[in-house]
Design a protein around this ligand. Structure first.
Ligand code: MGP
Length: 310
């Protein structure tokens, strides 16, 4: 039986994090040093299959009879989340309600083609697996050792585990450590932000109103999700911290997110806007059939027409 005692402690990721932060550009493969114009990946990769088994951590449900009541509606969509679900993909409870459906993850990955992408809330790996098909390097972080293991397990099923650097880390600590390092550290071209929205009840008007002013009735009829409900910190603060790492951000948000709050993310800097400053946001609605699932908000060089900012 394996030793389990270290799994829950965040200290376990520190050597890994240190190792990541200490990687200078000199130690990176040649394509990482390619000039600006070659940075965005255009082809597909040949995939290498790896074995990695995390199946002792959570059940792999095969029939609806085995699935707890609160996960039934997600289980019925399992092949939308992972088309290879039957080959053994694993999700924990948070994974079931927050994984990005595969077709949406592929669409986002196509928009985020780059050399190095950071997925700091990787969960059970739906997006990281898709990014491994369009980016040279994927850095996948999660604060949960179980979810990180599930992400690696799922990536192995898709044959892309070797293309993803899995780091057990809390993003805020990671970002602060990354930003405190003097040049050169590994350059991150794009950050995909898909943080916890506050649980599966994010659509409920009571918790997530954009404001609690006198227009209560109107808000309850058309409740808006406020960035203040994002975990682990206010979604606007999360964006500001991330912008110090890269201007190229894809922010995956609830379908009912207040667009005023989204546009305010860059309006604060309006007076400082120059031709070199990002000043447009592109909001992509992520539909599956007739259902709107989420919004992806693109910033910086990820916005159509702002590619020169990349
Ligand atoms: P949903 O609306 O909770 O579920 O989530 P469902 O069953 O797909 O919607 P319904 O209209 O059929 O009832 C929709 C999608 O949002 C999920 O598939 C996830 O991709 C994403 N999502 C949901 N949650 C609660 C989170 C979250 O906390 N964080 C992130 N990053 N994505 C989430």
């Amino acid at each position: 039986m394996g030793k389990k005692s270290n799994l829950s402690g965040l200290h376990r990721f520190l050597p890994q994090l240190e190792e990541f932060l200490d990687k200078s550009t000199a130690s990176l493969p040649e394509q990482s040093l390619a000039p600006h114009t070659k940075k965005r990946k255009t082809g597909t990769l040949s995939l290498v299959s790896t074995t990695y088994d995390a199946s002792a951590l959570v059940p792999h449900y095969r029939t609806a009879d085995d699935v707890p009541e609160n996960l039934q509606k997600y289980f019925s969509q399992r092949k939308r989340y992972f088309s290879l679900y039957e080959q053994g993909c694993l999700l924990d409870e948070e994974g079931w309600y927050s994984v990005t459906p595969e077709s949406i993850a592929l669409q986002i990955a196509d928009r985020c083609r780059c050399d190095t992408i950071l997925d700091p809330f990787c969960g059970v790996g739906g997006n990281a697996i898709a990014f491994a098909k369009t980016c040279e390097h994927v850095i996948a972080l999660d604060i949960s050792p179980v979810r990180l293991a599930l992400a690696r397990h799922n990536a192995a099923i898709y044959g892309v585990a070797d293309r993803i650097e899995f780091i057990l880390a809390d993003y805020i600590s990671f970002a602060n450590a990354y930003l405190s390092r003097p040049h050169p550290t590994r350059k991150i071209d794009v950050v995909f932000l898909s943080p916890p929205w506050g649980g599966p009840g994010y659509l409920s008007p009571s918790d997530n109103l954009a404001s609690s002013d006198e227009h209560q009735d109107e808000l309850e009829a058309h409740p808006e999700y406020s960035l203040s409900s994002i975990k682990p910190i206010h979604g606007a603060d999360l964006f500001r911290l991330t912008k110090r790492i890269s201007n190229n951000i894809a922010y995956f948000l609830p379908k009912n997110t207040s667009l005023n709050e989204v546009s305010a993310l860059i309006e604060r800097n309006k007076t400082a806007v120059t031709d070199d400053e990002p000043h447009m946001i592109e909001v992509e609605e992520e539909w599956m059939g007739s259902k709107l699932k989420a919004l992806t908000c693109y910033f910086g060089g990820l916005v159509a027409g702002q590619e020169h900012l990349f």
